[in-house]
Design a binder for this molecule. Sequence first.
Ligand code: AMP
Length: 285
Amino acid sequence: MRTITTVREMQMIALRLKREGKSIGFVPTMGYLHEGHLSLLKAARKENDVTVLSIFVNPLQFGPKEDLATYPRDFDRDSKLAEQEGNDFIFYPSAEEMYPGTLSVTARVQDRTDVLCGKSRPGHFDGVAMVLTKLFNIVQPDKVYFGMKDAQQVAVVDGLVKDFNFAVEIVAVETVREADGLAKSSRNINLLPAERVEAPALNQSLKIAESMIFEGEKDPREIIVQIREHIEKNTTGHIDYVEILSYPDLKGLDRLEGTIIIAIAVKFTKARLIDNAIITINKES
Ligand code: AMP
């Protein structure tokens, strides 16, 4: 495995690999790897000749009051884990390497940003779209792997790829969880010990929602009430949002039908956690 820190070298390697007819599977991350990231890498390993993992804590996707400074980082550990998965290249640029000067052109996401994390993190998806546009041009991937834990990101990136005609296929991978149901996240390390005990309540609330739907509940408001109640009763966290929308277009619903996303975000002392469930509801049920 090789670690590449400059844009120029990464791009030259990628272009050479393409000329040789090799397919490139790409996993963009912010590092502090866990099994969620590794499941993306495993999928990329299986489906491509060469894999590239990027580790870059992208300042553009953090708001001024967010956790850019405290975002966990451990490159040596990440590098060992990636190597164990048989990864070929880590692209590990500095912020100065990626953003050497004032930007003269930026990406702006205008659809699907008025809900969920788009609403509570203004500018977040603009930063995501910007960095991915750069990374796609640098890494030249055939396939790019994203986790469904960030389902809104998958939907937004789908729009980016279609609108900008990137010749890349998006592969969405299921959320990997801890044994108690908590979605794996680099940010889980920033939970206080008592909060870590409470955090599975997020996934539990989604399970409650799923069984209500299974029992025939069609009113999203009823479900939202139950989710909020479960989280409020079982955690000290502050609910950022609980929303039920159509998926992948993320439109509001009066009545549950088709494919929907139930998405939640909860702020703890030093970590904001998200989770979601995507469910397809049969018309006749
Ligand atoms: P991050 O480093 O948090 O930006 O995540 C990098 C990629 O890993 C994104 O596509 C995430 O959706 C994905 N990811 C993060 N957590 C998980 C998880 N628990 N299961 C599957 N994929 C995940």
